[in-house]
Design a binder for this molecule. Sequence first.
Ligand code: HEC
Ligand code: HEC
Length: 252
Amino acid sequence: MVKKRCFILAIIGSWAISGVAAAQYSQADVEAGFNLYNANCITCHGANGDSIPGVNLRTNQFRRAVTDADLNRLIQTGIAGTAMPPGRYTTADLAGLVAYIRSMRDFAAAPPRGDALRGQTIFEEKGNCTSCHRVNGKGSRVAPDLSDIGAIRSPDALQRSLIDPTGSMLPLNRYVRAVTRDGKTITGRRLNEDTYTVQLIDTEERLVSLIKSELREYTVLKTSAMPSYKEKLTSADLDDLVAYLRTLKGAR
Ligand code: HEC
Ligand code: HEC
């Protein structure tokens, strides 16, 4: 069963997981939508989408909207005679907002199997996750900041990151290895890249900017620096960790 699931997830690749509905939305859209939501909607609808009486974005309880197309239209036109304002968004922004609203439902659906409080202790102690990750200002910058990971990843995606880090790598997080002309090797997490330069956080947490034409070698690594915790932690520990990660919803 576990094997089969991993196989299917591998095929879905970068698509958001958890249920048939979510499979249509890409993680990039969900993430973009999360940022747009925080910037444009959260003041009225709240972090959990339930601040307006009679409308619960989190459980997808709407008065009018049924389909994604309805949501798309409502977000653009607003709702006349109510506080819901019209908004000018690009097609990509709308796709992101709808993906995020739909994902709120999926993220909220399954009650956590583990204990978030125990998960936090495992995160900070036994799992030593803070040696690479940062949460709310605590921990290392070597790996992505996880302060809002519960808002942008489904529980399934979180679980998968712990079991198969390499299989769940996102292009943005990739590690790169660069060798300078004088033979110095620098490895780090890519933050930004254009045709001529690349910026990364090296293993000492320093921000480094490199000019590509001055490098002898430049490789994007295909395996994650993160170890798999499949054998390192018990399945109860993993459930606790996922329960904890799901509580991390800090706005960026
Ligand atoms: C100024 C406050 C405000 C802001 C900002 C706002 N909304 Fe609303 N929204 C409302 C109110 C009030 C309603 C309920 C309208 C009604 O009475 O049916 C609503 C309703 C909705 C609905 C439910 C439609 C239905 O069929 O019931 C959706 C979906 C929605 N808003 C999405 C968004 C999104 C996405 C954003 C950000 C891009 C946003 N809203 C920004 C106030 C706001
Ligand atoms: C040796 C460093 C390292 C350690 C230790 C580590 N991670 Fe990671 N983790 C990473 C890196 C690097 C990534 C980004 C994925 C990649 O490799 O491109 C990542 C990705 C993740 C992601 C996915 C992030 C996303 O954007 O989807 C989660 C969730 C995560 N780690 C949780 C944990 C937890 C929980 C622990 C402790 C049990 C842990 N990590 C320990 C390096 C580490």
